[in-house]
Design a binder for this molecule. Structure first.
Ligand code: 6R9
Length: 660
C-alpha cells in the first residue's frame, strides 16, 4: 500500500478509543510443543537482536544454504541497505533442492485443488523436476540472469513452478494478479521491461472461465519489449493465437531436460518486483532481493506459524499478492513445509468450500484475511459447522486490522476456542511479517498484532519523529533496517526516498497509524490517510468500524470523513448487514446509539448508509478513499485499477442518489 505524506495531516497523535481487555494466553499444550515456548524466550531473542542486530542476523543466516559465505552482514547507506554482502545463494535451491537430499524428497510440497475439484500433489522432488524443466524452457527462450519475467496466471501449481524457475536462473519475476485488466498488466510489463510473459488460456472463478489469454493479448500488443508469451493450457477453451509470439508451455517442456543446476546469485540479486498501487500516481514496483528476503520470510514462517514437519499449512492468499509470495511460496517452502493451494472462490460451489478443504486435507494451520473472516461471519455459522475442523491448531490473519468481533468469531467458530490466532502486521514493502504474536509465547488480544518479531524495532511517533509514549496513537515507523526490507522502487530511487524515508527523520514510515499499550502490544489503527478529524479529535476509522461490527446484525463497516462546516469532518459509515437482515430507519438509529454506547458521542456516525457490498481491492482491503468521494458527493479521480469489482462503486453511487 502507499505510504502517504504525514505532514499533510495536522498534529502527530491520533485519539484511540478502542477498549479491549480480553487476553488469551497461549494454551499450555501448544506452548509446550512450540518452537518458542515462553514470553521470556521471545524477549531474550528480541533483546539479543536489539543489542547486537548484525550478530543476531549473522547467526540466523546459517539457516539458509549458501554457495559462497557472505563477508559483511549489513552495508547501510541510508536509506539503501545491502545485506549479507559478498554471499552467493539461490532461492529455488533453498526452497526445493535442499529438501530433496533426504527423506523429505517424498514429502508433499504443494497440495493443490482446482476450483472444479481436481487435485494434484507435488512432492518436493516433483517440484524439483518441474522447476528444472521450466527453468530450461526460460533459458531456451533466451531469458538470462537479470531479465525480468512477468507471470499472469491462475492459482495453479505452474505459477509457483514458474516463479521458482525464474529464481533458479536469476531472472527476477513480477507476478501480476490474474484479476487485473490488460491495461494494468501492460503498465507493469512496460515499467519492468519484461521480455517474456507466462500466462494460461484461462483460470476458473465461480464456475466461469477468467479469460487470461484475452487480457494477455491486449497487454502484449502494447509492450514492445515482450518477445514471447508462454501459455499454459488450463481450461482448454479456444483462444486466439499469435504465431511467432505465443508458445504452449507443454510443447516447450517436451523438448527440455529436467536438469537445470541452480544459478548462484549474489545476496542482493533482485528476486522479484511486485507492484503495489498508491492512491495517486502509477503503481510502485517494490523491489526485493534474494538473501535477506528469503531469510526473513523463512524465519518468520517458522516463528509465527510454529511450523512442524507434519503440519499441513494453508495460506489462502493469491500469489499475485505479497502474502502469496512470502507465505505460500518462499517462506514455507524454504522451511520444507506442506502447503495447500486453492484456485477458486470460497463460495463455489457453496459457502462451505473452505471448510470442506480443511476437513479433506486435515489442514492444521490456516492463514487468511479479515475481509474473508467477516464474509464468513455474514454467511453464517452453519457452513463451518457442517465440517470437521478439529485438525486446525493455529489460525492467522493479515491484510487489515481485524475487528475484535471478527477475531472472536474466528477464535470460537473456526478455532473451536483452542487455536491461537496470529494477527500479522506487515506490508509489501516490509517483505515479511514484522509485528505478530509468537503463538507459543505471546498472549493474544483481539484486535492487536501484539509485538515486533526479533530484529524488528518499531516506534510510534509524531510527525517530527518524537515517540508519543504509551497508549497514544501516532505514526508507525521502523527504526532499524531489516533484511527483507524493500531495496527501492524499481527504477525510481528518488520516489523510494521520498515515499518512505523523507517525512519522518531517520525512519522508515509505514503509512499506518498505531498505538502501543503499556504492555508493549501494538494496535494498528489503519492508514493515516484514512484518519478522521472530528471537531479536533483525530479518530481511527478502524475503531469506529469495530464498534459497528460488534452489533449483532452488522457484517462489515467502513467509516470515512465527510466535509462538515461545524466539526471540520463529519462521520459517514457504510454498513453491510448479516445475510437475512433488512435495513431500516430504526436500525440506523440503533447503530448510532450502539456506537455512542461503545465509544462515546464523539464517534457517533452522522450518516449511516446501508449497502450490499463495500469497494475493496483484489486483496480485500476496503478502499475508503472511494467512499470518501461518494460521501462528499464528488467524482473519484485516483487510481481504481486495484478495485475488485467496479460494479460496487456504481451501485453505491446509484443508491446515494436515490437516498437524497
Ligand atoms: C501484507 C499486506 C499493507 C497494509 C499495511 C496495513 C494493512 C496488513 C495488517 C494490516 C492491521 C494487520 N495491514 N496487515 N493492518 N493489521 N495485521 O497486507 O501487504 O498489501 O502491502 O498492505 O495493510 O495498513 O500498511 P500490503
Amino acid at each position: 500500500m502507499a505510504s502517504e505524506n504525514p505532514s499533510a495531516h495536522s498534529g502527530g497523535s491520533i485519539t484511540s478509543v478502542l477498549q479491549e481487555t480480553r487476553v488469551f494466553p497461549p494454551p499450555a499444550a501448544f506452548a509446550e510443543a512450540a518452537g518458542i515456548k515462553s514470553l521470556d524466550e521471545y524477549q531474550k531473542l528480541w533483546n539479543w537482536a536489539n543489542d547486537d542486530n548484525e550478530g543476531f542476523w549473522a547467526e540466523q543466516s546459517k539457516s539458509l544454504d549458501w554457495f559462497k559465505p557472505w563477508d559483511q552482514v549489513l552495508d547501510w547507506q541510508p536509506p539503501f541497505a545491502k545485506w549479507f554482502v559478498g554471499g552467493q545463494l539461490n532461492a529455488s535451491y533453498n526452497c526445493v533442492d535442499r529438501h530433496c537430499n533426504g527423506p523429505d524428497k517424498n514429502k508433499a510440497a504443494l497440495i493443490w485443488e482446482g476450483e472444479p475439484g481436481e487435485r494434484r500433489v507435488l512432492r518436493y522432488q516433483d517440484l524439483q523436476r518441474e522447476v528444472g524443466k521450466f527453468a530450461n524452457v526460460l533459458k531456451g527462450l533466451g531469458v538470462k540472469k537479470g531479465d525480468v519475467v512477468a507471470l499472469y496466471m491462475p492459482m495453479i501449481p505452474e505459477l509457483v513452478i514458474a516463479a521458482l524457475a525464474c529464481a533458479r536462473i536469476g531472472a527476477p519475476h513480477t507476478v501480476v494478479f490474474g484479476g487485473f485488466s490488460a491495461e494494468s498488466l501492460a503498465g507493469r510489463i512496460q515499467d519492468c521491461k519484461a521480455k517474456v510473459l507466462v500466462t494460461a488460456d484461462g483460470g476458473y472463478r465461480r464456475g466461469k472461465i477468467v479469460p487470461l489469454k484475452v487480457h494477455a493479448d491486449g497487454a502484449a500488443d502494447e509492450c514492445p519489449t515482450l518477445t514471447t508469451v508462454v501459455v499454459y493450457k488450463r481450461t482448454g477453451h479456444d483462444i486466439e493465437w499469435n504465431e511467432g509470439r505465443d508458445r504452449w508451455w507443454h510443447e516447450l517442456e517436451a523438448e527440455v531436460s529436467a536438469d537445470c543446476p541452480p544459478e548462484p546469485v549474489d545476496s542482493e540479486h533482485p528476486l522479484f518486483i511486485l507492484y503495489t498501487s498508491g492512491s495517486t500516481g502509477k503503481p510502485k514496483g517494490i523491489l526485493h532481493t534474494t538473501a535477506g528476503y528469503l531469510l526473513q520470510t523463512s524465519l518468520s514462517s517458522k516463528w509465527v506459524f510454529d511450523l512442524k514437519p507434519d503440519d499441513t499449512y494453508w495460506c489462502t492468499a493469491d500469489v499475485g499478492w505479497v502474502t502469496g509470495h512470502s507465505y505460500l511460496v518462499y517462506g514455507p517452502l524454504a522451511q520444507g513445509a506442506t502447503c495447500v493451494m486453492f484456485e477458486g472462490a470460497p463460495n463455489w460451489p457453496d459457502e462451505a468450500r473452505f471448510w470442506k478443504i480443511i476437513e479433506d486435507y486435515r489442514v492444521t494451520i490456516l492463514y487468511t484475511a479479515p475481509t474473508a473472516i467477516r464474509t464468513f461471519m455474514k454467511w453464517g455459522d452453519q457452513h463451518p459447522r457442517k465440517h470437521d475442523l478439529s485438525s486446525l491448531r493455529l489460525l492467522g490473519t493479515v491484510g487489515e486490522p481485524i475487528n475484535p468481533e471478527a477475531w472472536m468469531w474466528y477464535h470460537s467458530v473456526i478455532g473451536g476456542g483452542r487455536c491461537p490466532i496470529v494477527d500479522t502486521w506487515w506490508q509489501t514493502e516490509t517483505g515479511a511479517i514484522m509485528i505478530a504474536p509468537i503463538p507459543g509465547a505471546t498472549p493474544t488480544i483481539p484486535g492487536s498484532a501484539t509485538r515486533p518479531l526479533p530484529g524488528i524495532v518499531p516506534e510510534i511517533v509524531t510527525k517530527d519523529g518524537k515517540p508519543v509514549g504509551d497508549n497514544k496513537g501516532g505514526f508507525l515507523v521502523i527504526k532499524k533496517p531489516w533484511p527483507a526490507m524493500l531495496r527501492t522502487i524499481y527504477g525510481d530511487d528518488d520516489r523510494y526516498k521520498a515515499q518512505y524515508w523523507s517525512d519522518i527523520p531517520g525512519c522508515y514510515f509505514t503509512g499506518d497509524g498505531a498505538r502501543r499499550d503499556e504492555h508493549g502490544n501494538y494496535w494498528i489503527m489503519g492508514r493515516v490517510d484514512d484518519v478522521l478529524n472530528v471537531a479536533g479529535h483525530r479518530l481511527s476509522t478502524m475503531e469506529i468500524e469495530s464498534a459497528l461490527v460488534s452489533h449483532p446484525v452488522v457484517a462489515e463497516a467502513a467509516v470515512v470523513g465527510k466535509p462538515d462546516e461545524v466539526k471540520g469532518q463529519g462521520i459517514a459509515a457504510f454498513v453491510t448487514l448479516e445475510t437475512g437482515q433488512a435495513p431500516s430507519e430504526k436500525l440506523r438509529q440503533e447503530l448510532r446509539a450502539h456506537v455512542t454506547k461503545e465509544i462515546g458521542a464523539l464517534a457517533r456516525p452522522d450518516e449511516i448508509h446501508f449497502t450490499d457490498s463495500l469497494p475493496k481491492t483484489r486483496s480485500g482491503k476496503i478502499m475508503r478513499r472511494l467512499l470518501r468521494d461518494i460521501a462528499a458527493g464528488v467524482e473519484s479521480t485516483g487510481d481504481t485499477s486495484t478495485l475488485e469489482d467496479l460494479g460496487v462503486l456504481a451501485n453505491l453511487r446509484r443508491s446515494e442518489q436515490g437516498e437524497d
